[in-house]
Design a binder for this molecule. Structure first.
Ligand code: HEM
Length: 491
């Protein structure tokens, strides 16, 4: 008995010594011999990814703030975890996010895992496979195709005005962000399948669903570090979600809806549906059959829909907040809109909005200050990348396969690039077109935002409609908005 206990004790202490010895050697390697060991950054971040986990999982998505502080301390390139570097240099954007013809850019596998949409375009690691998958979606987001959506976008903007009109009659305060999410969601889901959830007719504007999506995004950090948790959430049967994951349930149910809709489009005999909906086009494309399974297309739908909802709504909310808190800028934007569209309650056409330099700069400037995508834009290159830090006179080689990223939230608030970076000044953008060299709001390169044309149209049509109709509330009668404190956002 005594001997057995002694043996167990020895086995445990041996195993403990092996684990500690391994951790010690790994730490030593990461700090000294690792190919990134010369890249500046906090030692703790180089030693262990628990540093990142603390900020992103424990504190909830806060690592980007810590990375911003690192850049202030260590310069334009920092090692933010044992195997990842982060850049903050606008002159290096085109090297890190090159055109498809210049160099391949792969996406780290971890990004797909954290996105919760395996096999979707954005989760596709390989450059060439991503190109193939994206090629079938690209035509649906071209300038010309989005122009064809003009009646749909204007019709949805009209529905938003109608909701606000109803609220003004009933005296019910209207929260703008869920309304904007409902607007963006109804448009993109309608375009995807020829049908949508009609959130703009829902008294709650789909709030329970959007809360579930927010919760899912918050969990992305957890899925990124422990992908098996994401896997369990994905495969969880309905009764588990209903009983143990009520906050995600709404989203989970929508996933079943995506699958049903993919099947409906697949079995549809209506040629119009095939031509005019995104997933009709995908099913009819030359993609191989393994890329057209119900599950992969449901994941692709979830990606496209998620990517188009919150981002657009966030930009609209932020634009309203900035404009109505800067009455002089609001007045300039309004006078430009009045000259293009004299009727205050008419939804403007695309043609009326084209060429409104100041108004369009308001949209870009809003995305600069409040980018809809906060996380870093992860990539890796199949070839080494050389970075020269002119300030320090140092050169760093980022080996092939090492994850790197840039973050618009950090880049767009860098004083070396934008003087007075926190200020909302669209006029600067009108006067200095060169500022766009440092703009990453829609990312760059072949994995940049596919929905940029659609987003710009959705935002400008609705924003212009609201600005034309509503005044800032100062006790007067009529169509007004009230801006609450900065922390509460726009209501
Ligand atoms: C103001 C609104 C928007 C902003 C600021 C925005 C921003 C971005 C950014 C920064 C990325 C790159 C993310 C990365 O590299 O990790 C991206 C990707 C993407 N966006 Fe947008 N987006 C907006 C609206 C839209 C809309 C309306 C759609 C349309 C459905 C859309 C669809 C997508 C898709 C599908 C991707 C993934 C592309 C790929 O992986 O190849 N986005 N977006």
């Amino acid at each position: 008995m005594y001997q057995a206990d002694d043996f167990k004790l020895k086995a445990v202490s041996f195993a403990g010594t092996v684990v500690l010895g391994y951790a010690f050697c790994l730490g030593l390697y990461r700090l000294t011999l690792h190919p990134l060991s010369k890249v500046p950054g906090p030692r703790l971040a180089a030693l262990t990814s628990w540093y990142e986990i603390y900020y992103d999982v424990w504190l909830g998505g806060q690592y980007f703030r810590s990375i911003a502080r690192m850049h202030k301390k260590y310069g334009p390139v920092v090692r933010i975890s044992p195997n990842e570097v982060h850049f903050n240099d606008p002159d290096f954007i085109d090297v890190l996010y090159p055109g498809a013809a210049e160099r391949k850019t792969n996406r780290p596998v971890m990004v797909g895992k954290r996105s919760g949409t395996p096999d979707s375009m954005t989760a596709t690691e390989d450059h060439d496979m991503h190109r193939r998958r994206r090629a079938v979606l690209n035509p649906f987001f071209s300038v010309a195709r989005v122009r064809k959506l003009e009646p749909v976008i204007r019709q949805h903007a009209d529905k938003v005005l109608h909701r606000l009109e109803q609220a003004s009659i009933s005296g019910e305060p209207m929260e703008m962000n869920p309304l904007f999410k409902a607007y963006a969601s109804d448009i993109i889901v309608q375009y995807a399948f020829g049908d949508c959830f009609h959130f703009l007719y829902d008294p709650q504007c789909g709030k329970p669903y959007f809360k579930a999506v927010d919760m899912f995004f918050a969990l992305n950090h957890v899925f990124g570090h422990w992908p098996w948790i994401g896997f369990l959430v994905r495969i969880a049967p309905g009764w588990v979600m209903r009983n143990f994951g009520p906050s995600l349930r709404e989203m989970w149910e929508k996933k079943l809806w995506w699958i049903t809709k993919v099947r409906e489009v697949r079995n549809s005999n209506d040629p119009d549906r095939v031509k005019s909906t995104i997933f009709g086009g995908v099913l009819n494309s030359t993609l191989p059959d393994e890329d057209k399974t119900d599950l992969r297309l449901a994941n692709e739908t979830q990606l496209v829909v998620f990517a188009g909802e919150g981002t657009t709504a966030h930009t609209l909310t932020a634009a309203m907040f900035e404009l109505y808190s800067h009455p002089t800028i609001l007045a300039t934007a309004k006078s430009e809109l009045i000259s293009a569209n004299p009727h205050p309650t008419a939804i403007p056409t695309f043609a009326q909005l084209d060429g409104l330099a100041f108004f369009n700069a308001v949209v870009t400037k809003t995305i600069r200050l409040h980018p809809g995508v906060v996380n870093r834009q992860w990539r890796y290159s199949p070839e080494p990348i050389v970075y020269r830090d002119a300030q320090r006179g140092a050169e760093y080689v980022i080996p092939a396969g090492v994850t790197y990223g840039m973050t618009p939230t950090i880049l767009h608030r860098t004083a070396e690039v934008f003087t007075d970076p926190g200020a909302f000044g669209p006029q600067r953008w009108v006067e200095n077109a060169k500022l766009s060299r440092a703009f990453m709001g829609f990312s760059r390169g072949p994995r940049g935002c596919i929905g940029i044309n659609l987003a710009r149209r959705e935002i400008s049509v609705l924003l212009a409609s609201l600005l034309r109709k509503y005044e800032l509330y100062a006790g007067q009668e009529g169509c007004t908005f009230e801006v609450l404190s900065q922390h509460e956002g726009v209501k």
